[in-house]
Ligand binder design. Structure first.
Ligand code: BG6
Length: 502
């Protein structure tokens, strides 16, 4: 328990209740890369109950033994006791449109309840390709698997992103979900909300009196959100060609981070308090009219170049990519938030693959002082103050301000004051999936996205997608390993600003 109710809910000394995690898409990449390692870490930290099991399901033909071996392979340096735990994991092969798959699942789940004492509690985790989410949700409803098996047991469903391809398909998916599950059973995941540094934004803003008085149009000139990746599309061209950076990153991760930065202080940090304020912030973001999109949004693709120390191909030459593809690997856009706090403060967003490095940050640039009493020469190394939330990889917060250069003159220039997570807290930062899986098992939806937030985020992205449907909408290019196309620089230059170099 915390004395400060605002910190309630950030308690990490929690343990999951007895339950079964049912993973759909259990033979896939997400299961081996993220879900299994997260479960192992929860096991390592004794946050899993004794009565716990995973039941995996997918189309791939495997038996329990094959699945258990795959789980062991996913976590090479596992903690003691992991092998024992994995021995209780089960697998059901089958098609999600076939009733037999779910009949078999029910049998296996009943056996697990019997053998492991998991009390009928279920967390269904949809880690498949998104096109299967509807089928699985509806099948769970048809088969009665959305309902608690016993009085007092719980059933929840965790849904991966992307949640729909646009507003209409997100609503269809929601209909499928709600045909079986109540909203409070649905946990829509956005792993950025599980990142410690995104949560720390709440602590920075609402546990301190330094920052909040500055956090508005009175003092902030503009905000830049950067989600940069050095990797290319890799082996995910099949998925990426149908998604693109706007759907893959902006609609979810960027808008969620932005909502956390722009929202009003919630009265409490519980699910309703936080999500009500986030959705209000999202509602205040002005969706561009499709005809104005071209003035505010740049879409681009990487061309060949150098990245991560090697010569790399351009997007259109990547395996599995249509050589005439218009799918964007980069988006830069300007957003305006129409409310009292932010009116007139532009939020510039950029995200892309094959940028010079992997870095996510939110930078608040403050207004310049009204009058500089220094000579132009003495103050040429001075920029406006800035507060940078470094979300990854070097997690922390930087303040940039001016200081006098030692010596006889009155030269002032920028200096940095750094808070670094690694140096201040010696324990390991939990991985986003670890936090979110535990929250889903515990039943805390605060860091999951509510249906109205999803809809609002699509309201912002839909007009952009509509404008891009026009074949004459430009697709700019940028050299792999550069900070993006010149069109993105122009977007800021028009406002007399420039992108930071993170
Ligand atoms: C995923 C996207 O949601 O986020 C990927 O589908 C992207 O394309 C990834 O690479 C980035 O996540 P992180 O945690 O590495 O910043």
């Amino acid at each position: 328990m915390h004395d400060n109710p605002l910190l309630e809910g950030l308690d990490r000394d929690r343990r999951a209740p007895p339950c079964v995690l049912v993973v759909y898409g259990a033979s896939g990449d997400l299961t081996s890369r993220k879900i299994m390692p997260a479960i192992e870490r929860l096991h390592r930290q004794r946050q899993l109950p004794g009565a716990f099991a995973v039941v995996g399901t997918a189309r791939t033909e495997m038996d329990d033994d094959d699945f258990q071996k795959a789980c062991l392979r996913s976590v090479p340096d596992a903690a003691a006791g992991w092998d024992e735990l994995v021995k209780g994991f089960r697998y059901v092969a089958g098609d999600y449109t076939a009733t037999e798959t779910f009949d078999r699942l029910k049998e296996v789940l009943a056996e697990v309840d019997e053998q492991r004492g998991t009390s009928g509690n279920r967390v269904h985790y949809l880690a498949t390709v998104p096109s299967l989410f509807d089928d699985i949700a509806r099948a769970l409803g048809r088969e009665g698997m959305h309902e608690p098996r016993f009085d007092g047991s719980f059933v929840r469903i965790v849904c991966e992103k992307p949640y729909g391809r646009d507003l209409a398909s997100a609503r269809e998916l929601d209909d499928a979900m709600h045909s079986a599950f109540a909203e409070d059973q649905i946990y829509r995941i956005d792993h950025y909300l599980g990142k410690e540094t995104v949560q720390n934004t709440l602590a920075l803003r609402f546990a301190n009196s330094f920052f909040e008085p500055l956090w508005s149009r009175q003092h902030i000139d503009h905000v830049q959100v950067t989600v940069a990746e050095s990797v290319g599309v890799g082996t995910r061209a099949g998925f990426y060609e149908t998604a693109g950076a706007l759907r893959d990153i902006v609609q979810n991760h960027v808008l969620q981070v932005l909502a956390v930065c722009a929202m009003e202080p919630p009265a409490t940090l519980d699910a309703t308090g936080v999500r009500d304020e986030k959705v209000k912030a999202l509602r205040a973001i002005r969706p561009w009219d499709p005809v104005d999109v071209v003035d505010h949004v740049v879409r681009a693709q990487y061309d060949s170049g150098w990245a991560e120390g090697e010569q790399v191909k351009g997007y259109r030459s990547e395996q599995g990519v249509d050589p005439s593809s218009t799918t964007e690997t980069y988006v830069a856009l300007k957003l305006e938030i129409d409310n009292w706090r932010w009116a007139g403060v532009p939020f510039y967003v950029r995200t892309g693959k094959r940028l010079p490095k992997r870095v996510t940050e939110v930078a608040f640039t403050l207004k310049a002082v009204p009058h500089l009493p220094f000579t132009t020469r003495d103050s040429r190394g001075l920029s406006p103050n800035a507060l940078v939330l470094r979300i990854q990889p070097d997690e922390g917060i930087t303040l940039r301000f001016g200081a006098k250069v030692p010596g006889g003159s009155f030269e002032v220039r920028d200096v940095l004051m750094d808070f670094s997570y690694g140096a201040s807290f010696l324990q390991d930062t939990p991985d986003a999936y670890e936090r979110l899986l535990l929250d889903a098992m515990v039943g805390d939806p605060t860091l999951f996205i509510r249906t109205d937030e999803v809809e609002q985020a699509w309201q912002i992205c839909d007009p952009i997608l509509e404008a891009w449907n026009d074949p004459s909408y430009p697709v700019a290019t940028y050299e792999a390993g550069s900070w993006g196309p010149k069109e993105a620089d122009l977007l800021l230059q028009r406002d007399g600003r420039r992108w930071r170099t993170p």
